[in-house]
Ligand binder design. Structure first.
Ligand code: NAD
Length: 241
């Protein structure tokens, strides 16, 4: 699989990574799938919704407080670091569904956060927004306007920040290599990004230990973890430079 990338490496100048929860799994941050997707017997996919928040904001905040603590202690792994290093050899943009900030921590300079960020908090009613790095003690936290504050993340069923999404499509439309890492590709609209890339004749690479709903549409598949595979892939660019 790596030889197919190596043979075409001269064509790959504009590289887009589309990343999901799996790339941070080796940093100790659970994904939403399988046994990892349960928190106190609640399904993560159901908790990450506006309905769950309005039903029980305290419960959803307790979950986010634990996620915040876990994420604040996590470090970028070899996969994140290799993506940052690739900027020395090619034009690289990271389109991430992750809210953990680990790409930025590892030194990637162009990261579009499609689903927001766990450090950001916003009012569920007014325009108030802020970044909070400490633990939030009184749950649910309230805004000065009296309404409930919520994590500034995109929950299932919510719209993506439109300016960020427009830019993401633009990068996908113009890349010549798209590397899709650690995402099940079941979350829309992010799972349409490979289609935009294909319209530009880009090569699609999937890095994931498991089959995904779009595996059949990939040009190259690497069935391994991201911390194992991305450094190998980046070393091909390093050796050619
Ligand atoms: P997902 O949970 O649906 O899928 C995770 C994918 O990662 C799976 O296909 C799995 O096979 C793969 N995977 C697991 N371990 C891997 C590894 N070590 N290397 C490479 N791949 C690995 O994740 P998703 O597609 O990102 O969608 C779920 C939503 O969950 C997103 O909206 C995202 O915002 C949110 N989320 C984010 C984080 C985070 O910020 N770290 C964590 C959990 C969920």
């Amino acid at each position: 699989m790596f030889d197919l990338i190596e043979d075409n490496i001269h064509r790959f100048k504009k590289i887009v990574f589309v990343t999901g929860a799996g790339i941070s799994q080796e940093s100790g941050i659970p994904t939403f799938r399988g046994k990892d997707g349960l928190w106190r017997n609640h399904d993560a996919m159901r908790l990450a919704t506006i309905d769950a928040f309005y039903d029980n904001p305290k419960l959803v905040w307790e979950w986010y407080n634990e996620r915040r603590e876990n994420i604040f202690q996590a470090h970028p792994n070899a996969g994140h670091k290799a993506i940052a290093e690739l900027e020395k050899y090619a034009e690289v943009v990271v389109l991430t569904q992750n809210i953990d900030g680990l790409h930025q921590k590892s030194g990637s300079s162009r990261v579009l956060e499609l689903h927001g960020s766990i450090v950001k908090i916003k009012c569920s009613v007014c325009d108030y927004k802020e970044e909070i790095f400490r633990e939030i003690s009184k749950l649910p936290p309230l805004c000065k306007c009296g309404n409930v504050l919520r994590p500034d993340v995109v929950w299932f069923g919510e719209l993506l920040p439109q300016e960020v999404w427009k830019n993401a499509i633009n990068f996908a439309n113009n890349c010549d290599l798209m590397i899709i890492v650690g995402t099940s590709l079941v979350v829309s609209p992010v799972n349409t990004l490979p289609i935009y890339a294909k319209q530009n004749n880009a090569t699609l690479v999937e890095i994931n230990p498991e089959h995904t709903v779009m595996s059949e549409n990939m040009d190259i598949i690497i069935r391994n973890t991201s911390a194992e595979s991305i450094p190998k892939l980046v070393s091909l660019f390093k050796n050619k430079s």
